[in-house]
Design a binder for this molecule. Sequence first.
Ligand SMILES: O=C(O)c1ccccc1NCC(=O)[C@H](O)[C@H](O)COP(=O)(O)O
Length: 207
Amino acid sequence: MTKVKICGLSEVRHVKAAVEAGADAIGFVFAPSRRQVTIEQAKELAAYIPESVLKVGVFVNETAAEIHKIFEAVPLDVVQFHGDETPEFIQQVGLPSIKAFSIRNIDDVQAASDYKATPLFDAPGIEYQGGSGQTFNWNLLMGEDIQKQPFILAGGLDTHNVAEAIERVKPTMVDVSSGVEIEKRKDEELIRAFVRAVKSKDEERYA
Ligand SMILES: O=C(O)c1ccccc1NCC(=O)[C@H](O)[C@H](O)COP(=O)(O)O
């Protein structure tokens, strides 16, 4: 079954909506962004997330010391490295990891093979390193080497295109941020609709 990550949450009502809808992972952005949360906010939000749902901390070129400080303060499960972090740096941090790749061409996709972290393929950032709401050329992910490993598809997904994305790209997990926002704010009904769209696509695929 395709897992779902809802990213960039900063309000309790949106966390509750994601959990109740059946999201598998929730992302908190600690990097500079209009979606950035403080340690205190993340701690409060994490209290509404059951253990069965992964809590992911999103960082961009952050120091290992700061990441560890935040992991000690907030009960996070996974680090999402969304900058220019090297394989060596991620190994040095030593926490369960997702590594984001901005996809412009096949070389960007192949860069993932240098890393042990789960790859997240995203569109290049615009204002920030992620969360641009843009899609990229999904055909770049259809190679055999990518398809045989777990990977996350992000970038411009929404309730209208996620079924097609699952059908064509077959990711292990889909990740959404802008696609569940209205006027740059998360929307509970869009969060529910996105998770529903993923689940109904899976029901069709595995019927
Ligand atoms: O969401 C942000 O503001 C952000 C800022 C800096 C680094 C990463 C960021 N988001 C990471 C994500 O996991 C997003 O969900 C992913 O980039 C997809 O975003 P979208 O295209 O908006 O669905």
